[in-house]
Design a protein around this ligand. Structure first.
Ligand code: 5RP
Length: 219
């Protein structure tokens, strides 16, 4: 199976983890795109979805799912999203698609975060995937210097502006031994909007598309 088929497998398995109704949280990325396709068959039982990006909103609307403002709904039962890396504690690196801020907000507002990915995303130590950091544009250079002090090599994502009007620094060369500590340190740099480390609120369940079938992992 290729990587895309493994993503599809994880997206199909997640149906077993969906509530019987209510409003769903929906993330962003190619794995989530598969999930939205799968959702087309069961969408009737949900009141709608809260979306983490303009791209997912468009896809949700295309399958006829109502997209709701997070401010108009209460706590979400389940949030489904992908990841760029996960360790065995289900601490994640996210933001490869640049939607990390809205993703983090929805994850925080959800009772359960179910992460879907192909098996290549499971790692023993986070950091091989460059860590995305969303930054207010005027703070870009300052934040970059602070990230260098933390041992990283920040690179501005070219020709990319987030849905919130900000830029992304992708931080290479980090070996993230203490994800919660690093998440806090980077969050505390003035000018940082969001760091793509999802450690203090990681996933509750990880569904991995694997050659042997979909694997369900809990911390
Ligand atoms: C977007 C994300 C995605 O979940 C992450 O990049 C994984 O993407 P894909 O499913 O395409 O591998 O965090 O901001």
């Amino acid at each position: 199976m290729n990587q895309d088929q493994l993503k599809r497998q994880a997206a199909e398995k997640v149906v077993e983890f969906l509530p019987s109704g209510g409003v769903l949280g929906v993330g962003t990325g190619s794995t989530v795109n598969h999930f939205i396709d799968v959702l087309a068959d069961v969408k009737g039982r949900f009141d709608g979805a809260v979306s983490s990006s303009e791209a997912s909103t468009e896809r949700l609307k295309a399958i006829g799912m109502q997209v709701l403002d997070l401010n108009s709904v209460g706590e979400l039962e389940v949030y489904v999203d992908g990841a760029d890396e996960s360790n065995h504690q289900l601490e994640l690196i996210k933001g490869g698609g640049g939607a990390l801020t809205r993703e983090k907000i929805i994850a925080a507002a959800s009772k359960q975060f179910v992460c879907i990915a192909d098996a290549s995303k499971l790692v023993s130590c986070l950091g091989e995937f460059p860590l995305p950091v969303e930054v207010i544009p005027m703070a870009r250079s300052y934040v970059a210097r602070e990230l260098v002090k933390l041992g990283g090599n920040p690179v501005l994502r070219e020709d990319f502006i987030t849905d919130n009007g900000n830029v992304i620094l992708d931080v290479h060369g980090l070996e993230i031994m203490e994800p919660i500590k690093m998440e806090t340190e980077i969050n505390n740099i003035v000018g940082v909007v969001t760091v793509g480390l999802f450690a203090s609120r990681g996933a509750d369940v990880l569904i991995l598309g694997d050659e042997a079938g979909a694997r369900v992992i809990t911390p």
